[in-house]
Ligand binder design. Structure first.
Ligand SMILES: *[C@@H]1O[C@H](CO)[C@@H](O)[C@H](O)[C@H]1NC(C)=O
Length: 202
């Protein structure tokens, strides 16, 4: 399967270098192709979004609220950025009052903390989600009657966005989404490293 996808991707990108075919459309509908997956149609609902490279191979943007999808990606990215930092840090640092439950392998940390501690984390994350969205936490109602920009909670404690132009803010948003995507891959790699080798990261 991977091989087929790789070959298809190569054919897709090779055709970008082929000589121009005297105005002949490459598809019957003359539809625009995706920038990141050149053999698929461009998902038009992702056009113009910050960080969009036309990547939506299973057409989620046709079937779900695009703002909800954007916010999911941004939040997952933020959580993953914190997670990668925490996953590494916890091997070396622990709070003095929790020194007795310290484990080197971060995968074992949830068990060391125990079920009630983990439930508290889930509960507070849920309560915060509820609070910031004023109780509207489903895909159908989160953005239905709000013009909130996905990922924007007015959180800027250090005033980093003050006085910035829209272009500068968009640049920071692009950096955030790209760092978030990288972190989502990274935390998956770290967790599986520990599973497979059965030992701590470093
Ligand atoms: C996505 O939508 C396009 C255009 O409607 C269609 O050709 C394609 O088969 C769809 N892909 C999937 C995985 O459903």
């Amino acid at each position: 399967m991977m091989k087929i996808a790789t070959i298809a991707a190569l054919i897709g990108s090779a055709s970008a270098f082929a000589p121009a075919q005297t105005g002949k459309a490459s598809t019957a509908l003359n539809a625009e192709m995706s920038k990141s997956v050149p053999f698929l149609l461009n998902p038009s609902k992702t056009d113009g979004l910050i960080g969009s490279v036309g990547f939506d191979p299973i057409n989620w943007s046709d079937n779900f609220d695009i703002k909800w999808l954007q916010e999911s990606e941004i939040k997952h990215g933020r959580v993953a950025m914190l997670a990668t930092a925490g996953f590494m840090a916890q091997q070396f640092v622990s709070f003095p009052m929790f020194a007795d439950i310290h484990v080197d392998d971060s995968n074992l940390a949830p068990a060391a903390v125990g079920i009630s501690g983990m439930m508290q984390i889930v509960f507070f994350a849920g309560a915060e989600e509820w609070r910031t969205n004023k109780g509207k936490i489903t895909m159908a109602d989160m953005f239905a009657d709000s013009d909130r920009v996905p990922g924007d909670f007015g959180f800027d404690p250090m005033g980093k966005l003050k006085g910035k132009s829209e272009a500068e803010i968009n640049d920071m948003k692009l950096k955030e989404i790209k760092n978030g995507r990288l972190a989502m891959l990274a935390i998956g790699g770290m967790i599986h490293h520990n599973f497979i080798f059965g030992e701590a990261l470093f």
